[in-house]
Design a binder for this molecule. Structure first.
Ligand SMILES: Nc1ncnc2c1ncn2[C@@H]1O[C@H](COP(=O)(O)OP(=O)(O)O)[C@@H](O)[C@H]1O
Ligand SMILES: [Mg+2]
Length: 330
């Protein structure tokens, strides 16, 4: 093999490179959506006045990306030495977290006033562990800034919240997800149909990681990424199928509704919890009468709660459909 062929060979298996990393924004400016957050973060950096930060929000919306982008902007090429990333749910207990924080914060370093510690999934820590964390934050507050990330800020104890500037990350808009999907597809030379883009956007529900992973996975199974490929690869039910199932139940045909549910769960391998989520997201788009939509929503709430506390997903979904079928519209 000649050298140039080897080089090309090196770049080809790029298909195997993980696109969520390849396309992770390197600067705050490149982060999609989240404009208000980015603006405030940039002003902290410009004023060289970074407080402790708490990033709250769902998965795949840019929390980790913003934390690393801050480090890159503050430290430039030396960001790796000045930025420690920990995951609260990986580490075995708060003692390990505190030891690593202490070791990192103690090491003498030149040039910068402080280092940044990013603690992901901070809400995985018990409140006792969070109290210990709070003391550690105080102990090193002169030369360390913390960025904590969590799904729900309510899971973080007040004394930590009150020491942090809190940022709530929202799910990304469909437009933002679509723009990024199209940009990546163009850059990778992949053909994605319009319905394929729509399906990726729908399946992602504002989670950019899910959208990009879906695109990458779907692109390995064929030449063109279309709706079919996306729904198969992302284990997402077609919204029309979910709508039909609900319609049948509301029309009193429980048997038909149940068999549709069965197809989704056993043949298409979609998780019951994901069907509930999809129902929840789409129920207002099914064109149901208000009363029907309210009944469905009420049942979704019940099933969701029961599944959360450990009930069998399929049983709960069948019970949901049964209850819709039992009480037809007067
Ligand atoms: N706001 C965003 N703009 C552009 N890409 C994003 C954004 N949010 C997430 N991504 C993509 O999804 C991947 C995961 O994002 P990440 O910031 O790690 O999410 P999380 O909010 O779960 O920490 C990133 O590597 C990037 O490719
Ligand atoms: Mg993250």
């Amino acid at each position: 093999m000649s050298e140039s062929e080897a080089a090309e060979g090196d770049s080809r298996p790029r298909g195997r490179e993980v696109w969520i990393e390849k396309y992770r924004p390197q600067t705050l400016d490149d982060v999609f959506g989240q404009e208000h957050i980015v603006e405030r973060l940039e002003s902290y950096i410009a004023k060289d006045d970074l407080p402790h930060l708490l990033f709250a929000g769902p998965a795949g919306v840019g929390k980790t990306t913003c934390a690393t982008a801050i480090a890159k902007e503050v430290y430039g090429d030396e960001w790796r030495e000045n930025f420690l990333e920990l995951n609260a749910s990986d580490e075995r207990g708060i003692d390990v977290v505190r030891d690593r924080i202490k070791n990192f914060a103690r090491v003498s370093f030149g040039g910068f006033d402080y280092r940044v510690i990013f603690l992901d999934e901070a809400d995985a820590l018990t409140s006792d562990a969070q109290s210990a964390l709070r003391r550690t934050m105080e102990q090193f507050s002169n030369n360390t800034r913390f960025i904590l990330s969590c799904n729900y800020s309510s899971q973080i104890i007040d004394p930590i919240q009150s020491r942090c500037a809190v940022f709530r990350f929202a799910p990304l808009s469909d437009d933002a997800v679509e723009d990024q999907i199209r940009a990546i597809a163009a850059n990778e030379g992949i053909e994605v149909t319009d319905d394929g883009v729509d399906a990726l956007v729908y399946a992602a529900a504002g989670d950019m990681r899910k959208a990009i992973n879906g695109l990458q996975a779907a692109s390995t199974t064929g030449d063109t990424v279309d709706e079919e490929a996306v729904y198969a690869i992302t284990s997402t039910a077609r919204p029309e199928t979910v709508q039909e199932m609900v319609r049948k139940a509301l029309d009193g045909d429980f048997t038909a509704a149940r068999s549709q549910l069965d197809t989704l769960i056993t043949e298409e391998g979609i998780a019951g919890g994901d069907i509930i989520d999809q129902l929840h997201r789409s129920v207002w788009e099914f064109g149901l009468a208000d009363r029907e939509a309210v009944r469905v929503m009420d049942r979704i709430g019940e099933a969701d709660y029961r599944i959360t506390v450990g009930a069998n997903e399929q049983v709960q979904l069948e019970a949901l459909l049964a209850s819709l079928a039992l009480e037809p519209e007067e």
